[in-house]
Design a protein around this ligand. Structure first.
Ligand code: TPP
Ligand code: SF4
Length: 276
């Protein structure tokens, strides 16, 4: 990492505890670059996480950070943003943290269009608790709790958050760091609720159980199964169905941001009271 970016790290907390080959460090690196490119003020930026391997990330970041309870990062972050709308509030969360125990917080934060950026480190599994399946584990994939293959269907996470009301939705992957960094940068510049699904790899639990033993195998899987949004449009229909699309997937700048609308409501009420 270039020297000027080291100011964003708590160097005394490094080395990190992620396994060799884990994708979470790559996402952290892209986040730091995104924060720098978006020009966020370090003092006015708050990073909030839940619990999980993903949620270790704020521990390494030299910002105002909150490591909260499992699934509740968005509830805490909503409080922070509400209390001080001038802050840049970033939530770092896992796929289990955000779509299982924290799933309701995610859809309601999106519905409100509150100005928080949420980055989901999607490794398709519960990493920290040794590889149980999550709502993002693909059908038929193996996990500690699906030893004969997962019979459930995973969420289309970006589609879910978009339909709940998010006004910026993007997806990146650890295989494509330049694109991931760009999507994160754009999400941080966006005013309303912005959401990034970052495909990550957990070779220790997901990879080992799913014939993707090394981080390289997992990154090659990403390479073969993803396509950028521009290239996707040019694909023949039969090839589209199997591809995961990366890049900016949705942006709507017309809807008001929640804390601004809330403040307007307060101002109107106060004005009315003063006149009466
Ligand atoms: C209320 C509660 N339930 C369960 C747990 C146990 N727990 C800790 S981390 C975790 C899952 C984390 O998985 P994910 O969010 O996918 O992140 P990853 O570790 O894969 O990065 C669970 C179930 C907990 N800490 N608190
Ligand atoms: S268990 Fe998986 S997600 Fe957790 S640090 Fe190891 S490789 Fe990363």
């Amino acid at each position: 990492m270039s020297a000027h970016l080291r100011k964003y790290l708590r160097l005394d907390k490094i080395p990190h505890i992620w396994c060799p080959g884990c994708g979470h460090g790559i996402i952290l690196n892209s986040l730091i670059r995104g924060i720098d490119q978006a020009g966020l003020d370090q003092e006015k930026t708050v990073v909030v996480s839940g619990i999980g391997c993903s949620s270790r990330a704020p521990g390494y970041l030299n910002f105002n950070t909150l490591h909260t309870t499992h699934g509740r990062a968005l509830a805490y972050a909503t409080g922070v943003k509400h209390a001080n709308p001038d802050l840049n509030v970033i939530v770092l969360t896992g796929d289990g943290d955000s779509t299982a125990i924290g799933g309701n917080h995610l859809i309601h934060a999106a519905r409100r269009n509150i100005g928080i950026t949420t980055i989901v480190f999607n490794n398709n599994i519960y990493g920290m608790t040794s590889g149980q399946y999550s709502p993002m584990t693909p059908t038929d994939a193996y996990a500690t709790t699906s030893p004969y293959g997962n019979v459930e269907t995973s969420f289309d996470l970006c589609g879910l958050v978009k339909s709940a009301g998010a006004t910026y939705v993007g997806r990146g992957a650890t295989y494509q760091t330049k694109q991931l960094t760009q999507v994160i940068t754009d999400s941080l510049k966006h005013k309303g609720f912005s959401f990034v699904e970052a495909l990550s790899q957990c070779p220790t639990y997901y990879g080992r159980r799913n014939q993707l033993k090394t981080a390289i195998d997992m990154l090659n899987w990403q390479k073969e199964n993803t396509v950028s949004v521009r290239a996707y449009d040019k694909l023949p229909e039969e090839k589209k169905a199997r591809k995961i699309v990366l890049g900016e997937l949705w942006k709507d700048e017309s809807r008001p941001e929640y804390t601004e609308k809330y403040q307007q409501m307060l101002d109107t009420v106060r004005e009315k009271e003063l006149r009466s």
